[in-house]
Design a protein around this ligand. Structure first.
Ligand code: PHE
Length: 351
């Protein structure tokens, strides 16, 4: 840097040299601190430009206007270049990271989300059945009357339809019928699968189902099911019981208490329900048994096998439909099904 006293003696032609030096120095500043030093040196209140301006009065009168003009232009150029360089430095990552952001500071913690308890239970159930050789399939939630009822041995006007309070889709076909609905169970996937595939069949279908019901602590108008179907030669009711008991043991442990009772579904014969003792789950073995139904099941009705073109003399099979929410309630000791759908983070963050 030039000494002040030299500058005061600088003739007009040397101002050009000062400008050159100043711009070279400016170009080599790499951060805002260095830039500020440069600004003070050249454009500050006691800077080189001011000193040059003051030196005007010491020149012979006729040289003053010319020298003054040169200095003004120089000053303008320096201001402009300073602004440009400042923008360049501020937007370059190098300097802004090193000057403005301390990358060594610890981050602000963010709470991680987790899978919904129902998703977790679905995965656990699927895992238990796939370890027994069942394939996992999915199907449509908007279904046809044909698959949801008719092919499952529930023809039009059959009283069993009353048990499935159905949400119909308001769309008429050519005959003025409304053939579409929100599936009331995952059982239509039994038909869709058997239509496509010859035996042996061993599959499960997780998914949502809809029933137009009032809600209470163990009923919701929509919930999740896992359908299961196994068809082959020689399958018996013992296979059904063995498979479902094994499933219960995998989910709840070896000491789980299960109960099978007769039940009626038009698409199985015989039909059954399986329940689990709530009190044995909560460890309160002194209380009376408190059975909670978790699935419907049965041997696939020969009429259903015939409807999909299977030889019902050669093949038999079992089917089941598990209520996922009920399983999750038992596993996690939750006493109200509606908690799953309230989206209350105090509830959800426990899983
Ligand atoms: N689909 C029946 C229901 O939703 C359950 C079920 C499935 C029963 C398969 C028997 C066989 O209630």
């Amino acid at each position: 840097m030039r000494m002040d006293k030299d500058i005061l003696k600088t003739p007009a032609t040397d101002v050009e040299q000062i400008l050159k030096t100043a711009l070279t120095e400016l170009g080599s500043t790499k951060n805002l601190d260095a830039l500020n030093d440069w600004r003070i040196r050249y454009l500050g209140r006691k800077g080189i430009v001011i000193q040059l301006k003051r030196s005007i009065s010491k020149l012979p009168e006729k040289e003053r206007p010319k020298f003054g003009q040169v200095i003004n232009e120089t000053s303008k150029t320096l201001e402009e270049q300073l602004m440009k360089h400042e923008t360049k430095i501020s937007s370059s990552n190098d300097t802004s990271v090193s000057d403005d952001i301390d990358i060594t500071l610890p981050g602000i913690p963010i709470n991680n989300g987790s899978l919904h308890p129902i998703t977790q239970t679905i995965r656990e159930i699927c895992e238990s059945f796939s370890s027994m050789g069942f394939e996992i399939i999915e199907g449509p939630e908007v279904e046809l009357d044909y698959y949801n009822f008719q092919m499952l041995n529930i023809p039009k006007h059959h009283p069993a339809r009353d048990g499935f309070n159905t949400l119909w889709i308001d769309k008429q076909d050519d005959e003025g019928e409304t053939p579409m609905l929100l599936r009331t169970h995952t059982s239509p996937m039994q038909i869709r699968t058997m239509e496509k595939q010859d035996p042996p069949v061993r599959m499960i279908v997780p998914g949502k189902v809809y029933r137009y019901e009032a809600t209470d602590s163990s009923h919701e108008w929509h919930f999740s099911q896992i359908e299961g179907l196994a068809v082959d030669q020689g399958i018996t009711f013992a296979d059904l019981k063995g498979t479902l008991y094994e499933f219960a043991r995998k989910l709840f442990g070896d000491d789980v208490k299960v109960r099978f009772r007769c039940d009626y579904f038009p698409f199985v014969e015989p039909g059954a329900e399986m329940a689990i003792d709530w009190n044995s789950r909560t460890g309160d073995n002194n209380k009376e048994e408190n059975w909670i139904e978790i699935l419907g099941a049965g041997m696939v009705h020969p009429k259903v096998l015939k409807a999909v073109g299977y030889d019902s003399n050669k093949y038999t099979g079992f089917a089941f439909g598990i209520g996922v929410e009920r399983i999750s309630m038992l596993k996690n000791n939750i006493d109200d099904i509606r908690l799953f759908y309230n989206n209350d983070v105090r509830f959800l963050s426990q899983f």
